[in-house]
Design a protein around this ligand. Structure first.
Ligand SMILES: Cc1ncc(COP(=O)(O)O)c(C=O)c1O
Length: 428
């Protein structure tokens, strides 16, 4: 299905890159295709591959894109920053501005540290919770993905869901055993885990609305239940908002579904496509971070001026009137249309959406946990993915991922995508 040039590049990559890809979720193996498409260019809602084929982009680079490709305001800010210097290794004005904007937009944030990825943000959250509590056990949830540091790779989601146990080899058993994982949306299971380890628990770490087994919402009252459990056990509660932060509203997603956490992490959207993560929380917790406290966290590229320039420009655009309403309206129209078309043609599909991201699940009932997400029909998804790709619509190559709509997507893209889906569903 990939064109000749993508295929040739992949053959070369296989010699010098493990599996031919820099990150496992980029492989097309799970949708039964021999080679992934190699993209060369993006403009607005569209991307072009090495063979000159163009696609409407719903992969969205796995979540960072919310403006679309090549937004001229973002490009201008980046060019200006390149001309002024891209990295200094000292504090700079932009990072102060960005920290102020984040603190103003996120109610649970008194102080924030900028890092270079979601993984780094979550790794720091876990270390900080351990430093603050003097305990070391972490409770997470099956199918939630918090990056690729050792302790997070227990029953993990996203690309790690494709491994035998949702984890990784190479993780020392003592570290693995310091992470407990229970099913999402099952408060009794979380209660049991907390009750039997209350004295050792440093942190309950959760995606408040999950994006790594598809978009999965918490049941009503579930996050409040976790908040209560954390308070009773004397441990911290942290939200991983790397996918959902700034996606459906200006700021964190958690006010839609639950109480404030003690710590929070951002990534993806915040960087406008450049590498950027952020974590923070209450002042007394953040005072434990070096150089004030003893919890060490550092980074050569932390708060780098280029990523910060992108984030400042992005936040300015996202704060404009009507932006999230536009994202919501366009996404709803397409997502509703996709579901209706699938059902009309008798496909066992369901859909779950958070603003401009959604998952079309290949199972009749939208999942509420990992077991539900795993019950999807893989062969059906592979058929849908291949059909859409041939029709010029690029999706993430895994049914554990989501679609991402941007401000550059509009009526024309919606219509074209629905036509493509209609054909694929009709072909059966
Ligand atoms: C919820 C969540 N947390 C953390 C991460 C890790 O972020 P990064 O890939 O930037 O290291 C991801 C990435 O997919 C994520 O979806």
């Amino acid at each position: 299905m990939s064109g000749e040039r993508s295929r040739a590049l992949f053959d070369r990559a296989l010699h010098v890159v493990p599996g031919g890809v820099m990150s496992p979720a980029r492989s097309f193996g799970s949708v039964g295709l021999e080679a992934p498409v190699f993209l060369e260019r993006g403009e607005g809602a569209w991307v072009w591959d090495a063979d000159g084929n163009r696609y409407i982009d719903y992969l969205g680079a796995f979540g960072p894109h919310i403006l679309g490709h090549g937004d001229c305001r973002l490009t201008a800010a980046l060019v200006a920053q390149v001309q002024n210097g891209i990295l200094f290794g000292t504090p700079h004005q932009g990072e102060v501005l960005l920290a102020e904007k984040l603190v103003a937009a996120v109610p649970c944030l008194d102080q924030v540290r900028l890092v270079s990825s979601g993984t780094e943000a979550l790794m720091s959250v876990v270390r900080l919770a351990r430093a603050a509590t003097g305990r070391d056990l972490v409770l997470k949830f099956d199918g939630h993905y918090h990056g690729h540091f050792d302790g997070a790779l227990v029953a993990a989601g996203s690309g790690a869901s494709q491994t035998a146990d949702g984890g990784s080899s190479g993780i020392p058993a003592p570290i693995r055993h310091r992470t407990l994982s229970v099913p999402f949306n099952d408060l009794a299971a979380a209660h049991r885990a907390v009750a039997s380890h209350a004295q050792e628990l440093a942190l309950i770490l959760v995606e408040p609305i999950c994006g790594n087994m598809g978009v999965v919402w918490p049941h009503q009252g579930y996050l409040q239940g976790l908040r209560t459990l954390a308070d009773e056990a004397g441990c911290l509660l942290a939200y991983d908002e790397v996918i959902v932060g700034f996606r459906a509203r200006f700021g964190p997603a958690y006010p839609l579904v639950g109480p404030a956490p003690d710590l929070i992490a951002f990534g993806k959207v915040l960087g406008g496509g450049l590498p950027l993560g952020a974590y923070g929380g209450r002042r007394e917790l953040m005072q434990l971070v070096t150089p004030l406290g003893a919890m060490f966290q550092a980074g050569t590229h932390a708060g780098n001026p280029l990523s910060v320039a992108a984030a400042l420009t992005l936040l300015k655009i996202l704060a404009e009137d009507g932006v999230y309403q536009r994202l919501e309206a366009g996404s709803k129209q397409l997502a509703d249309g996709l579901l209706a078309a699938g059902l009309r043609h008798g496909w066992p599909v369901s859909l779950s959406r958070l603003g401009s991201t959604w998952t079309l699940f290949f199972t009749a009932q939208a999942p509420s946990d990992l077991v539900g997400a795993q019950s999807q029909d893989q062969a059906l998804f592979a058929r849908f993915f291949g059909g859409m790709l041939s029709a010029g619509v690029l999706l993430a190559p895994s049914f554990y991922e989501s679609w991402f709509w941007t401000l550059a997507h509009g009526e024309a893209e919606c219509e074209r995508t629905l036509q493509a889906a209609e054909q694929v569903f009709a072909a059966g």
